[in-house]
Design a protein around this ligand. Structure first.
Ligand code: C5P
Length: 323
């Protein structure tokens, strides 16, 4: 087929623990990742040239080589040179709804959609784990974004153990539009402040990983105990990001309203989220926060947890072109 349209959902972190240092300079993590309904749409269309052309009208999305979606297309072209030579390039259009540099894996979701889309368009028939292996070369969150749902992620974040899907759980996401946090900065700052407490020997790391595996949050997710999930929300990166951005701490406090199961920053922030058991409660929380902080720079979304990763928006998104 000439064109595909894909849905690329955002993720939130129900849990993020920094276990220690890795020889490759990254951090050894234990996270529980959860897809949500808030999603970008990525359109891919063969363009009859030997180039990929990226389109996005969002002012904060870079259109050059640094864009993770472009890098995903380049990686596929390098991996499958003959197939690329046969099909040629494609126009990639990102319809951006996930906020940028927000801790919601928006860029990783876009890259994941390009991998899945090119696999379909080029009829490669790659398995999910083959796509995830390619995704891990682009970014730590890309493998999760391909599969979506609820998962325990370890290693850099690319080693995934699926957990039973959650449902009937809503998140109110809150972010100041003009505030972006770089993931690299958040981890670097954490290392500067807490690096002396890191463990790096394989035994200690395995021990700490096992503690998360058999710990309270995984148990709460498996039992679908939403009250417990709310209580056990955790993110180590709050310790480096919140002191640097007091307005995010205030926003986090403003979300602590009656009916809210728990509040936490997602990933490297600065998005914070509140979990609720019903959409009505989530909508109420959104209105109350809007009334309490009347700042035009504040964006709020209500979204339900989702059990899907990258999906086709529709099998025939565009009418066939006339000869
Ligand atoms: O993997 P990704 O490119 O998304 O990571 C962005 C940055 O976050 C990395 O360059 C690194 O500084 C930091 N990071 C880390 N440990 C991880 C994941 C990310 O230190 N496990």
């Amino acid at each position: 087929m000439q064109s595909y349209s894909l849905i690329a959902p955002a993720k939130i972190n129900l849990y993020l623990e920094i276990l220690g240092a890795r020889p490759d300079g990254y951090h050894e993590l234990a996270m529980i990742l959860q897809s949500v309904g808030l999603a970008d749409t990525i359109d891919l269309r063969l363009n009859g040239t030997d180039k990929f052309r990226l389109h996005c009208d969002h002012p904060q999305v870079p259109l050059g080589e640094t864009n993770l979606a472009s890098r995903a297309a380049k990686l596929m072209a390098e991996q499958f040179r003959d197939v690329f030579a046969n099909y040629g390039g494609a126009d990639i259009t990102i319809h951006k709804r996930i906020p940028v540099a927000a801790g919601l894996a928006g860029g990783s979701a876009n890259a994941a959609a390009v991998l899945v889309g090119l696999d379909l368009m080029w009829e490669l028939g790659l398995t999910q784990s083959e796509l995830q292996e390619l995704g891990a070369r682009l970014g730590s969150d890309v493998p999760f974004c391909i599969a979506g749902g609820t998962a325990l992620a370890t290693g850099r974040g690319e080693e995934l153990d699926p957990l039973p899907p959650l449902s009937h759980l809503w998140a109110v996401l809150a972010k100041y539009r003009s505030l972006e946090v770089s993931t690299a900065w958040a981890y670097r700052t954490f290392r500067e402040q807490f690096g002396s407490t890191y463990v790096s020997d394989p035994e200690s790391l395995e021990d700490r990983r096992q503690r998360v595996h058999s710990g309270g949050m995984v148990g709460a997710v498996v039992r679908r105990d939403k009250a417990k999930i709310g209580q056990l929300l955790h993110n180590d990166l709050e310790r480096s990001v919140l002191p640097a951005h007091p307005q995010v701490s205030q926003l986090r406090q403003a979300l602590q309203l009656p009916g809210v199961l728990g509040v936490m920053m997602s990933g490297s922030g600065p998005t914070v989220f509140a979990l609720t058991e019903s959409e009505a409660q989530a909508l109420q929380v959104r209105e109350q926060v809007k009334a309490a902080i009347s700042d035009p720079d504040l964006d709020l979304w209500v979204t339900e947890v989702s059990s899907t990763g990258i999906q086709l928006a529709s099998p025939h998104p565009h009418p066939p072109e006339k000869p």
